[in-house]
Design a protein around this ligand. Structure first.
Ligand SMILES: Cc1ncc(COP(=O)(O)O)c(C=O)c1O
Length: 405
C-alpha cells in the first residue's frame, strides 16, 4: 500500500525551478559556473576554507578516505549505528572499520569508548604512529557520524585525534546546520562530508560536499572527483587515479536555491519536531529524541524509540501497523555490523555492541519533512498511539495466556 503520509518529501519551490531552468537555458549543464558558486557559498555558510562539490555524500566520504591515504589494513574507528556509506567508504580502500559502541542518549559514537580503546589497546610504534596492539595494524583515523543531526562530543574527539595523531573525518551528512558548543558541525575535523539526497535538510536531488581548511586535501579531492585531472590539466591528461564524482551545474543550481532558503527550511523542520515533541510526550514505552547539553540539533529525521525487552518485536509490530494505515516509517538504523555482507570485514575490539544493537532494535523513524502540516503530524501521532496500545494489549494478552498454560 502506498503511504498517504510519506516518510520524507523535499521542499522545492519557484526559486529552485528558476535557477535550474536558467542553467538548462544556458547550455552549460556541467563544468560551468554554478558549481564553484555553490562551493563558495557553501564554504562560507559552514565557515571553512574549501568546499568541494561531488555527486553524493558517499563520494564525499570516499574521497576524504583516499585523500588521507587510508588504505589496505589501516584501521578507522567508527560507529555501526549509521547509514552503511560511513563504513563502506573505509572498505572501498581496503581499510578495516573498528566499531565501538554508542552513547545511548545521543546515538553517537561514544567518545569515552574511543578514549578507552586508544589508551588500552593502542600504542605508538617507533615512528610515532598509533598501532592496535591486538592486530598489529595502524590506526589512521576516527570517523564519527553526527547521527540524526545531533553533533558528537567533538571536544574529546578532537583531543584524541590530536594526541594519537589520527585524522578526524566528520560524517556530517545528516547534520547541516547543527551546532556543537556554538560551532557548526563540519568545522571540527580535518575534513567533513555533507549529503543532499532529497530527504536531507537541503537537497540537490543527489549530491554531496567535502569541506576542509586543508589546501592539499581540497586539491586532491578536486582532482579525484574529476577523473584525476589537475586544475589546469588538458581534458585527457590525468595526474592520478580518479573517478567521475562530479556534480552537474543543474544540481548545483538547485543547491544554491536551497542554500538561500536554508534558514527557512531548518526552522520549518524545527517547528514540525516541536509539534511531535508536544504530542508524543509522556507515552509509556515511547522515548522521543533527546537534546544533548551544549548542542543544537539540526532536524534531519524524527526517530522515536519503542522500549521492549523482546528484541525488535514491538518496534517491528508498530512499524507494520503504521504502514498498514498508510504512514511511511522505517526501522532506522539497522546496525551496520549486522548486515550479512559485513561478516568478517570489521573488528569489534570490546565484543558485542550492546547499546548499538538495542538502538537498532528499538528505533523507528516516522514521517518528517519541512512541509508537514499540523494535521499530518496529529494523524501520525494518533496512529502511533493506537499502534502502541494495540501492541501493549497484545503483549498483556500473551503474558496472561502464558501464565495460564
Ligand atoms: C550518515 C550518512 N552518511 C552518508 C550518507 C551518504 O549520502 P548519499 O546517500 O548522498 O551517498 C548518508 C545518506 O543518507 C548518511 O545518512
Amino acid at each position: 500500500m502506498s503511504a498517504s503520509i510519506p516518510l520524507s518529501r523535499p521542499n522545492v519551490g519557484d526559486l529552485e525551478i528558476q535557477y535550474v531552468t536558467d542553467v538548462l537555458r544556458s547550455g552549460m549543464l556541467s563544468l560551468g559556473p554554478r558549481v564553484p558558486e555553490f562551493e563558495n557559498r557553501f564554504a562560507s555558510y559552514v565557515g571553512r576554507k574549501h568546499a568541494v562539490a561531488v555527486n553524493s555524500g558517499t563520494s564525499a566520504l570516499h574521497l576524504c578516505i583516499r585523500a588521507m591515504g587510508i588504505g589496505p589494513e589501516d584501521e578507522v574507528i567508527t560507529s555501526s549505528f549509521s547509514f552503511v556509506a560511513s563504513t563502506n567508504c573505509i572498505l572501498y580502500e581496503g581499510g578495516v572499520p573498528v566499531f565501538l559502541d554508542i552513547d545511548p542518549e545521543s546515538f553517537n559514537l561514544s567518545a569515552e569508548q574511543v578514549q578507552h580503546f586508544l589508551s588500552e589497546r593502542c600504542a605508538r610504534n617507533s615512528e610515532g604512529h598509533c598501532v592496535n596492539k591486538d592486530t598489529g595494524r595502524r590506526v589512521k583515523a576516527i570517523l564519527p557520524v553526527h547521527v540524526f543531526g545531533m553533533p558528537c562530543d567533538m571536544d574529546l574527539m578532537r583531543r584524541l585525534a590530536q594526541k594519537y595523531r589520527l585524522f578526524l573525518i566528520e560524517d556530517a551528512c545528516e547534520a547541516l546546520g547543527a551546532e556543537y558548543r556554538g560551532r557548526l558541525a563540519g568545522t571540527f575535523g580535518d575534513a567533513a562530508s555533507f549529503a543532499f539526497y532529497p530527504n536531507k535538510q537541503m537537497t540537490t536531488g543527489e549530491g554531496g560536499m567535502i569541506v576542509t581548511d586543508d589546501d592539499s586535501i581540497a586539491e586532491v579531492c578536486r582532482s579525484m572527483r574529476n577523473q584525476g585531472r589537475n586544475e589546469k590539466s588538458e581534458w585527457l591528461d590525468h595526474a592520478r587515479l580518479g573517478f567521475n564524482y562530479r556534480l552537474s551545474d543543474i544540481h548545483a543550481a538547485l543547491g544554491i536555491a536551497q542554500l538561500e532558503r536554508l534558514e527557512e527550511l531548518l526552522s520549518q523542520r524545527q517547528f514540525v519536531a516541536e509539534s511531535y515533541d508536544k504530542q508524543l510526550h509522556g507515552i509509556p514505552g515511547l522515548v522521543t529524541p533527546k537534546q544533548m547539553p551544549g548542542s543544537q540539533r539540526s532536524w534531519f529525521v524524527y526517530v522515536v524509540q519503542l522500549r521492549s525487552n523482546a528484541g525488535s518485536e514491538v518496534r517491528d509490530e508498530v512499524l507494520r501497523l503504521l504502514r498498514a494505515s498508510g504512514i511511511g516509517c522505517q526501522a532506522y538504523f539497522p546496525a551496520i555490523h549486522r548486515q550479512p555482507y559485513m561478516k568478517g570485514m570489521y573488528s569489534c575490539p570490546f565484543g558485542r555492541l550492546t547499546k548499538t544493537e538495542l538502538a537498532s532494535d528499538q528505533c523507528l523513524a516516522i514521517p518528517f519533512f519541512s512541509t508537514m502540516t499540523t494535521a499530518q503530524v496529529s494523524a501520525v501521532c494518533r496512529a502511533l498511539k493506537q499502534a502502541i496500545k494495540a501492541v501493549s494489549l497484545h503483549d498483556v494478552a500473551v503474558q496472561v495466556a502464558g501464565s495460564r498454560s
